[in-house]
Design a protein around this ligand. Structure first.
Ligand SMILES: [Zn+2]
Length: 388
């Protein structure tokens, strides 16, 4: 009797445990895991942990989605001497009249966002008009993304390198005056940066300071925002690619994705000064005026935007830079400064905190931010396609 009771009790207990765990499992599966799955779909599925993972995924999906895949090989190498190149997926007409051109990673470490938008796009390639092509350019500065740098193998900020006049000289006087503060010739160290930066913002004013510091310079080769001393290999080969392959194009809409500037998770569409009115009528109020005191924008020489009309002179070109905000300008500048010190005056290896911080600065590990990037990235592509 006692044994039966114990047995009954044991069976009951096991049953209760099973039911409880089943209910728990069901609740977990259908209540808690649902949102997690949505997150997986939006961010986890498309964002990559490093350049080489992103590259493999891009190349694979480009082919399985039915696109043509080609690579512009580069001499620069990855951290383990890997070969690097600019991968390009091509959908639609071989000799298109209309082109939607989407590029990422011109600023290396900023490439995670653009790469994820592209990966999402290739998972569901839109139907194109017969005379149109969709060209997806994956990571224009693979060295920077692989090494977690904004700059390329020659410390060049590629969005300052496309100079039509080829005059690679000059620096704003304020940049020269601030050179020792921006680019200390020593390994990373704490040195009251935030305090000094705050003082400068107060005395110089943010718009003027931003213009002088990040507008680009051609005199300090180890400094931040160095535009180079000649046309760099990646930009030159990319320009040649566009000239060779887009001779039939009459209308090009170009979107280049960046991160860092602006409010966390929000995007601004930066455009060349003269294109503001027409692009605002096409893409709406996110298009920012290029004056530094009216928006997050600043004027630069040698931007990618200015190269496309030179490469394809017969085409009408509409270029926007889609910039996703991450953290404050001071925090971004500090992260760039410390990583730059590590690169030039330390070992430059990937395992250093300055690399981790720089990556987080341009690629926040924050699902809300990542979802916003994917949603807005998709929205702009849709808008671009409808305006072709
Ligand atoms: Zn950028």
């Amino acid at each position: 009797m006692a044994a039966v009771t114990i047995e009954k009790f044991a069976v009951g207990a096991v049953f209760t445990l099973v039911s409880a765990s089943s209910i728990d499992w069901l609740v977990h599966r259908y209540v808690y895991q649902k949102p997690a799955e949505v997150h997986m779909k939006l961010s986890g599925k498309f964002f990559s942990p490093d350049y080489f993972t992103a590259r493999d995924r891009f190349r694979e999906i480009a082919v399985s989605a039915g696109g043509g895949l080609e690579t512009i090989p580069l001499d620069a190498k990855g951290p383990n001497a890997e070969a690097l190149g600019i991968d390009i997926a091509w959908f639609g007409a071989a000799n298109p009249r209309r082109v939607l051109l989407h590029s990422s990673g011109l600023h290396g470490v900023e490439g995670f966002a653009g790469s994820a938008i592209q990966f999402q796009l290739l998972n569901d390639v839109p139907t194109l008009p017969e005379d149109a092509a969709l060209i997806v350019v994956h990571v224009l500065n693979p060295y920077g993304m692989a090494w977690l740098r904004r700059f390329n193998e020659n410390n060049v900020d590629l969005n300052r390198n496309f100079l039509a006049d080829r005059i690679y000289a000059g620096a704003p006087p304020t940049y020269g005056a601030l050179n020792s503060f921006l680019n200390p010739q020593s390994p990373p160290a704490s040195d009251l940066f935030i305090l000094k930066a705050g003082w400068l913002i107060l005395t110089e004013g943010m718009p003027a300071l931003k213009q002088a510091v990040v507008g680009g310079q051609y005199e300090y080769p180890k400094g931040l925002f160095f535009g180079g001393k000649h046309f760099e290999q990646g930009p030159e080969k990319y320009k040649t690619f566009l000239t060779d392959r887009l001779s039939s194009a009459e209308r090009i809409i170009a979107i280049d994705v960046h991160t860092g500037l602006g409010k966390h998770g929000e995007d601004t569409l930066l455009v060349e000064e003269g294109d503001y009115d027409v692009l605002r009528s096409m893409f709406g109020e996110r298009v920012a005026p290029s004056e530094p005191d009216r928006s997050v924008a600043y004027r630069i020489r040698g931007a990618l935007d200015t190269m496309i009309p030179q490469a394809v002179p017969k085409a009408q070109v509409f270029s926007v830079t889609q910039e996703f905000g991450t953290y404050s300008a001071t925090r971004v500048l500090h992260a760039l400064r410390e990583e730059n010190r590590w690169h030039h005056y330390g070992a430059g290896t990937l395992d250093h905190p300055t690399k981790r911080i720089l990556k987080e600065t341009f690629y926040p590990q924050d699902e809300t931010w990542q979802e916003s990037v994917l949603n807005r990235g998709k929205e702009l592509l849709k808008q671009g396609l409808s305006k072709l």
